[in-house]
Design a protein around this ligand. Structure first.
Ligand SMILES: [Ca+2]
Ligand SMILES: [Ca+2]
Length: 159
């Protein structure tokens, strides 16, 4: 009973001011990601901690489809920009996704970015028409996108 109450509380806390998104991709694998857009302005470290607390991580953008899926979601809710997991905190200019410290992914930088202006070490996703990434000082407060990889299976057999 206590456990159930705690579980419900956790959902309520992580669900407050968030938008839930579910995206299913079926290519070679069936791969489902769940996203939450948090409509609370946090600095990057706070946002990172909040995603982890809610069982996920700051979003990793793997490809162009995911980039625009997220852009459209931000636009739908009139959110100008949001933190992603992309950062170069460990080594200037070496941009990695927070989850697994992964290289690669899809980095659609805005024109002239990343410019590290005054030391900018994490990337926000701008949802304006050109839809792109900007490096920004991590102390700035932004809404943020968490991702939970819910499900991954081998390819669906087709006949
Ligand atoms: Ca930087
Ligand atoms: Ca910048």
């Amino acid at each position: 009973m206590l456990k159930l109450a705690f579980g419900l509380m956790l959902i309520a806390v992580c669900g407050a001011s968030t938008i839930q998104l579910l995206r299913v991709r079926t290519t070679k694998t069936v791969y489902t990601s769940q996203y939450t857009i948090h409509r609370k302005a946090y600095n990057w470290l706070q946002a990172r901690a909040e995603c982890i607390r809610c069982g996920g991580h700051l979003v990793t953008i793997n490809d162009v489809a995911e980039h625009f899926f997220l852009t459209r979601a931000l636009q739908r809710y009139k959110i100008r920009s949001a933190w992603t997991g992309l950062n170069d905190r460990a080594k200037e200019g070496d941009y990695r996704w927070d989850r697994f410290n992964a290289v690669g992914g899809y980095k659609r930088w805005c024109k002239g970015e990343p410019n590290n202006l005054g030391n900018e070490d994490a990337a926000e996703l701008f949802a304006h028409t050109s839809s792109c990434l900007n490096d920004l000082g991590i102390h700035h407060k932004r809404f943020f996108i968490c991702e939970v990889n819910v499900h991954k299976t081998l390819s669906v057999k087709t006949v």
